[in-house]
Write a protein that binds this ligand. Structure first.
Ligand code: SF4
Ligand code: SF4
Length: 103
């Protein structure tokens, strides 16, 4: 187990306002390059919860306020907490879940 895993389980999460915006302002400010997507396949971006260092730099950079600390994700956006993680394990599954959560 890594020190980081022992230290914290909290991460930052991208939620539905990112869908179809994808301007990548968050990518520009992330110091550990842990925000990713596939340009032709994804409607939003995803934060890698295992790489995120919880610095918070991305949150104010987002023009549509799509990024929250995991503990602050609004009730209506809770589905996006697992979606960010799932994308790093099964991208197609995450895309299906985005469509379901987005309605
Ligand atoms: S909180 Fe920091 S490390 Fe995590 S995704 Fe945002 S900018 Fe990157
Ligand atoms: S800054 Fe916000 S809208 Fe832009 S890609 Fe990142 S999460 Fe999506």
């Amino acid at each position: 187990m890594t020190f980081r895993a022992l230290e914290s389980n909290v991460t930052y999460v991208i939620t539905s306002p990112c869908i179809d915006v994808r301007d990548q302002s968050c990518v520009d400010v992330c110091p550990v390059d842990c925000i990713h997507f596939e340009e032709d396949l994804d409607r939003m971006l995803y934060i890698d919860p295992d790489e995120c260092i919880d610095c918070g730099a991305c949150e104010p950079a987002c023009p549509v306020s799509a990024i929250f600390a995991e503990d602050d994700v609004p009730a209506s956006e809770q589905a996006f907490i697992p979606i960010n993680r799932v994308w790093y394990q099964d991208r197609d599954q995450a895309r299906r879940e985005v469509e379901t959560a987005h309605g």
